[in-house]
Design a protein around this ligand. Structure first.
Ligand SMILES: [Zn+2]
Length: 471
C-alpha cells in the first residue's frame, strides 16, 4: 500500500529590529549571557510592556510579501504555561486575531503552499545544558518573533525544503531578519502525518519541534513518515505528540503528548491596548517592500539582457542586486557590469556568507564610472581590470586612479599592424580559426592584448581577424 506525506510547517522568524518587542534592550546575538536584559524582559513584578512599532512594520512587510490580508487591528493574548525560560509564566502572543491571514508561497513547480496566518509574539529565554547542569540565558527573552503557519499543503520532503528556503530568502530580502538557522533566528516546527494514497481524510499528525538546520528538514520528515507508516502497517494508531529530531541517530523521538490550545488558557493581554491599523499605515509599509526576487530576475533577463543564471546570481542577495543596479545606471551594455561583478568581485570572496555580506572597498558609484569608461570604448577590458585592481589595492577612488593611468587605446592603424603581426606569429591558430574553429581566435587576441599591454580594442581586433583571408 502506498502512502502520501502530509506536512505543514510553522516557521519562527526572529525580527532584526534594533530593540526588543516590549522593552528597549538591544536585539543582538552572541553577547555574554544575561547582559541584554532589564526588569521588563526578566518579567519582574511591577513592570509593564510597551510595544515596539517597528515590529508591526516588519510583520506587515512579511504579510504583504507572502500575499496575506492584513488585519485592521493589532491585539495580543497571553499564552499561560510554566517553563524556566519564561520568567513571567506566560508568553505574549497573538491567538484570537493574528495580524496576517490567508497568504501563500509559490514553489518553482507553480504549486501554492497556503499560509493560514502570521502572528507576532515574544521569544523566550534559552536553556543551555552543560556538564549535567542547566543554565538559563534571558538575552533572547523578548526578542520579537513572527510565526508563519502554513496549511498542510506540503507533500514531500523536497517541497518542505523549498518552502523553508523560499521563506528564508524572502525574509532576508525584506531585510527584516537574517534568518540564520544555526543562530536560531529561523526555526521550524514540522507537522507530519501520512495517509493512504487517494484518501481524503487526514490521519493523526505529530509535531517535530525546533528543526534548526535546513539539512535536517528533509531527513526528519522522511524518517517520521517512515515511522508512522510502520505504526499503521502494524495495525496501531499514530499518537498525537511532540517529537524531536535526533541528529546523531537520525530518528525522531517522543518528547511529550501534544497539548491542545485550551491547555494554555489564552486570554486577551490586559497590559497592552488594541491598536488600530489604518490603510495609510499598510500603504506606507508597502512602499518599503523591495522588488520580489523572482520579478527582479525576470526584469534582469528581459530588460538588461542577462542570462538566466547570471540574473539569478545577482538577484540572490539584495545588497548585491542594489550594488549591481547602481553600478549599471546609464550603461548600454549591462552584461559588462554583470560580468565584472560575478567574476572580478565575486572572486575576492571564498564563502557564500562573504558573498552575502558583499564587503567591497569600491563603491557602486565608482564602479559605475569605470564601467562608463568601458561602455564608451574609452578603455579596454584589460585596462579596466588593471584600474579596478589598483582601486582595490590602494583603496583610492576612481577619480584619483584615473589620473595616474594611461588609458588611451591603440588607433586603427596601430591595431591593424599588431593584428597582422599576431597572424604572422601564430599561423596555426589563424588557419584553425579560418577553418571554423572559433575558439582559436583566443590565441590571436591574447597575443595582441599582451603585446599592447592591454591597449587594444578587442572588438576592432576581432573585426580585423575575421576579415583576413589565408594567403
Ligand atoms: Zn529588556
Amino acid at each position: 500500500m502506498s502512502y502520501e506525506i502530509v506536512c505543514g510547517i510553522e516557521t519562527h522568524v526572529e525580527l532584526s529590529t534594533n530593540s526588543k518587542i516590549f522593552c528597549s534592550c538591544p536585539v543582538s546575538f552572541g553577547k555574554a549571557s544575561n547582559t541584554n536584559v532589564c526588569p521588563i524582559c526578566l518579567g519582574l513584578p511591577g513592570t509593564l510592556p510597551h510595544f515596539n512599532e517597528k515590529v508591526l512594520d516588519y510583520a506587515i512587510m512579511a504579510g504583504l510579501a507572502t500575499n496575506c490580508e492584513i488585519s485592521d487591528e493589532l491585539s495580543f493574548d497571553r499564552k499561560n504555561y510554566f517553563y524556566p525560560d519564561l520568567p513571567k509564566g506566560f508568553q505574549i502572543t497573538q491567538h484570537h486575531n493574528p495580524l496576517c491571514k490567508n497568504g501563500y508561497i509559490e514553489l518553482s513547480s507553480g504549486k501554492k503552499i497556503r499560509i493560514n496566518h502570521i502572528h507576532i509574539e515574544e521569544d523566550a529565554g534559552k536553556l543551555i545544558h552543560k556538564d549535567g547542569k542547566t543554565f538559563i540565558d534571558y538575552n533572547r527573552s523578548g526578542i520579537p518573533l513572527i510565526e508563519i503557519v502554513s496549511e498542510p499543503d506540503i507533500s514531500s520532503p523536497d517541497e518542505a525544503l523549498e518552502y523553508v528556503k523560499k521563506l528564508q530568502h524572502l525574509m532576508q530580502y525584506l531585510g527584516i531578519s537574517d534568518c540564520k538557522m544555526q543562530e536560531g533566528s529561523l526555526r521550524c516546527d514540522i507537522n507530519v502525518s501520512v495517509k493512504k494514497a487517494g484518501d481524503k481524510e487526514l490521519n493523526t499528525k505529530t509535531e517535530i519541534k525546533n528543526i534548526n538546520s535546513t539539512s535536517f528538514i528533509a531527513k526528519a520528515i522522511e524518517q517520521e513518515a517512515a515511522r508512522q507508516i510502520e505504526v499503521l502497517e502494524n495495525g496501531k494508531g499514530v499518537i498525537s505528540e511532540t517529537r524531536r529530531y535526533n541528529e546523531l541517530t537520525q530518528e525522531t523521538e517522543s518528547m511529550r503528548k501534544k497539548e491542545k490550545a485550551s491547555d494554555y488558557r489564552y486570554f486577551k493581554e490586559p497590559d497592552l491596548p488594541t491598536i488600530k491599523i489604518s490603510l495609510q499605515k499598510v500603504t506606507s509599509v508597502k512602499k518599503l517592500i523591495p522588488e520580489n526576487p523572482d520579478l527582479k530576475i525576470n526584469r534582469y533577463i528581459d530588460e538588461f539582457k542577462l542570462s538566466k543564471s547570471q540574473a539569478a546570481t545577482l538577484a540572490k542577495y539584495k545588497n548585491v542586486a542594489d550594488y549591481f543596479e547602481t553600478a549599471c545606471e546609464n550603461i548600454k551594455n549591462k552584461n559588462f557590469v554583470a560580468n565584472f561583478i560575478t567574476s572580478q568581485i565575486f572572486s575576492m570572496f571564498n564563502t557564500e556568507s562573504e558573498k552575502q555580506k558583499f564587503k567591497v572597498h569600491i563603491s557602486a558609484l565608482d564602479l559605475n564610472k569605470l564601467m562608463k569608461f568601458l561602455d564608451n570604448k574609452e578603455t579596454s577590458q584589460h585596462l579596466a581590470k588593471t584600474i579596478f585592481n589598483q582601486m582595490i589595492e590602494t583603496k583610492k577612488s576612481f577619480d584619483e586612479i584615473i589620473t595616474t593611468v594611461n588609458t588611451s587605446l591603440l588607433d586603427e592603424n596601430a591595431t591593424e599592424k599588431l593584428c597582422l603581426e599576431a597572424v604572422e606569429k601564430n599561423q596555426k591558430a589563424f588557419s584553425d580559426y579560418k577553418s571554423g574553429r572559433e575558439k582559436a581566435i583566443d590565441t590571436l587576441l591574447s597575443y595582441v592584448v599582451k603585446e599592447s599591454n592591454g591597449k587594444v580594442d578587442i572588438d576592432l581586433a576581432k573585426k580585423f581577424f575575421s576579415g583576413y583571408e589565408i594567403y
